[in-house]
Ligand binder design. Structure first.
Ligand code: M6R
Length: 607
């Protein structure tokens, strides 16, 4: 979603603002802009569309100034055009904003009556007029800012510059993250550490309700009560090399190929390969006493939760409820006293998941989160943390974070089963061994990428694709369909294979591709029967299977993706790889913008 950068430097900084915005492109955006202060005036350049348009604008009409702010905007209120792009400005103040100001209409009407002229359709513009109103009343920039914050309802991360002061940048957060970067006589603001990775790895994170004032030699922080506070400086793991594409044409492909490594890295944090012993970090809860687990997440993270439901119920015999964050938070679901609620979020910043976490907290739940970003808000507000080691995921479509989430959930399942004495030592060793072999099996599957590509190239012109599976692979059918629709814009749906005949089979007509995920195991025969039903109605079946006993089915299916044989337990992790590759190759062959698909944002920080 929207991204923020702010720099208070030594020389002209417009190029550095643009470079910072480049690092934020992965979050998803549809317009961008920068503003600087020079000669006591605000200088602003904005453009609709990709950053290249803004760069051209800045090349044609350069701006000077050693202090400034920049923004990538993902439209919420008002279409993505230049007028609605940030920074918004009056002649006194310019602001960039992430989040949503819910009471903007009231502020707009009040200030409109007092003669303040709004130019855009955005909620964010209310911020600069409100601050100007307080400046007009004679308040200092900091007072005007903090008085305005008291009036704002909703979620925000804000960065501000004032025409009267080329020595200071201000920032504040409530609901949306904001980071301060420490340089050498230079200071920075960013919506995340990635924005600042060209400049510094020394980062302080604002707490909820904080206001910060940056000058060249440091930062002063105030908390939500207005008290001056200190915020720790931590070393960010982001570095520009890590967030480069290397030799890969897209981040998505690079991240798919990183899976053998990052799954190994994730596993190493929970598992000692020498004795196959699992060591979960302390989650602050007695696993033996847990009678129910509630899992809450969005998108791919939700599908990881659905796999975990299957695993935890099957292997640890604990009942699991999985909910979509945006539904859970409003459903007022009854939760067991002192129950365990597990939040899964790659970014750790998803607004719906964070709100659901706060609801669960208010219901005295023990909060554990599974995230990829240690410093994220969700991680910081949790009682226990399962941290995956996927490294920065830049492609909007989640790939490596999803499989690392599955690895962490598999490890959690074993620990829970052992604590509850459902899984004995032998079973634990067997399951742990299966997980420890996943990395090398994925490397084997990646060797077949060319074959998967040639299969994918054959159905780049279709308009519907169905995915079917059963059991723990059913969520992978959902995930495969999500991946394909996200990056290729082909309509695709995942179904439990046994559910087809209750309705979805009506979608089958001659030539519709159906991707059947069918590892050998207890549900294999049943899945194959469902596959026969769609073949009988003209579907073109691509079967992903480890079976070498297809017999005459070999002639009936359209294509076969062969998989290695592994313990059934880890099949969902392995079968994620071909569905990721199919989505990627189909999207590329359709010429889609794989890493920044239309309308999507990497970290969804608004409701
Ligand atoms: O950062 P989170 O895991 O909380 O994000 C949740 C979803 O927004 C995310 O998984 C989304 O569905 C991805 N685009 C999937 O590829």
């Amino acid at each position: 979603m929207c991204g923020i950068i702010g720099i208070i430097g030594k020389n002209d900084i417009s190029d550095r603002l643009l470079n910072g915005l480049k690092n934020l492109e992965y979050r998803g955006y549809d317009s961008a802009g920068i503003a600087t202060i020079h000669d006591k005036e605000i200088h602003r350049r904005r453009a609709e569309g990709k950053l290249i348009n803004l760069s051209h604008e800045v090349s044609k009409h350069p701006i000077k100034g050693s202090l400034g702010i920049g923004h990538t905007r993902w439209a919420t209120h008002g279409v993505p055009n230049e007028t609605n792009a940030h920074p918004h400005a009056t002649n006194m103040v310019a602001a960039v904003h992430n989040g949503i100001i819910e009471n903007f209409q009231t502020i707009k009407e009040e200030l409109g009556l007092l003669g303040y002229k709004f130019q855009s359709d955005t909620d964010s513009e209310a911020i600069v007029h409100l601050i100007s109103y307080y400046l007009d009343k004679g308040l200092s920039p900091k007072e005007a800012f903090s008085n305005s914050l008291n009036r704002l309802e909703g979620a925000y991360a804000i960065a501000l510059i004032f025409s009267s002061n080329c020595e200071k940048i201000y920032g504040a957060r409530s609901g949306s993250p904001l980071a301060v970067g420490w340089g050498d006589n230079e200071m920075f603001l960013g919506s995340d550490a990635a924005a600042l990775s060209n400049e510094t790895t020394n980062i302080s994170y604002l707490e909820e309700g904080d206001l910060v004032e940056l000058s060249r030699d440091g930062a002063n922080f105030w908390n939500k009560l207005g008290e001056e506070v200190k915020r720790d400086i931590v070393e960010s793991k982001f570095n520009p090399i890590q967030i480069g594409k290397g030799n890969f044409p897209h981040y998505m492909l690079k991240e798919i190929y990183e899976q053998p490594t990052v799954i190994g890295d994730t596993l190493n944090t929970f598992f000692n390969p020498a004795d196959s012993e699992i060591k979960l970090p302390s989650l602050g809860v007695n696993l033996a006493k847990i009678s129910k687990v509630t899992i809450v997440a969005c998108g791919s993270s939700y599908y990881a939760g659905l796999v975990a439901k299957f695993w935890i119920e099957r292997y640890a015999r604990v009942s699991v409820e999985v909910d979509i964050s945006s539904e859970f938070r409003y459903r007022e679901t009854p939760l067991p006293k002192d129950g365990l609620t597990l939040f899964i979020s790659q970014s750790g910043e998803t607004a719906d998941t964070l709100a659901a976490l706060r609801y669960a907290k208010s219901q005295s739940q023990h909060i554990v989160s599974l995230v990829n970003v240690r410093e994220s808000t969700i991680a910081r507000e949790s009682d226990g943390l399962l941290l995956i080691n996927a490294g920065p995921e830049i492609g909007v479509a989640s790939t490596k974070a999803f499989t690392c989430q599955l690895v962490a959930l598999a490890v959690f399942t074993i620990s829970l089963g052992v604590s509850k004495k459902i899984i004995d030592k032998n079973e634990s060793k067997k399951l742990s061994k299966a997980i420890s072999e996943v990395s090398s099996k994925i490397a084997d599957i990646l060797q077949d990428d060319l074959q998967i590509k040639s299969i994918s190239d054959n159905f780049s012109d279709v308009s519907n694709v169905l995915y079917i599976a059963r059991g723990s692979e059913y969520p992978i059918a959902l995930e495969g369909a999500l991946k394909l629709k996200e990056v290729s814009y082909i309509h695709s749906e995942g179904f439990a294979a046994g559910e087809l005949k209750h309705g979805p089979i009506a979608l089958i007509e001659k030539g519709v591709p159906v991707i059947v995920i069918a590892p050998e195991g207890p549900l294999y025969e049943k899945t194959i029967s469902n596959m026969q039903e769609v073949i009988a109605r003209g579907a073109k079946v691509i079967i992903i299977t480890d079976s070498d006993k297809l017999g005459d089915l070999d002639k009936k299916v359209w294509k076969i993706v062969s998989m290695p044989k592994v313990d059934n337990f880890v099949n969902p992790i392995l079968y994620s790889i071909p569905v990721q590759l199919i989505a990627y190759h189909v999207a590329v062959s359709r010429g889609a913008d794989v890493d920044q698909p239309r309308n999507l944002a990497k970290s969804v920080t608004v409701e």
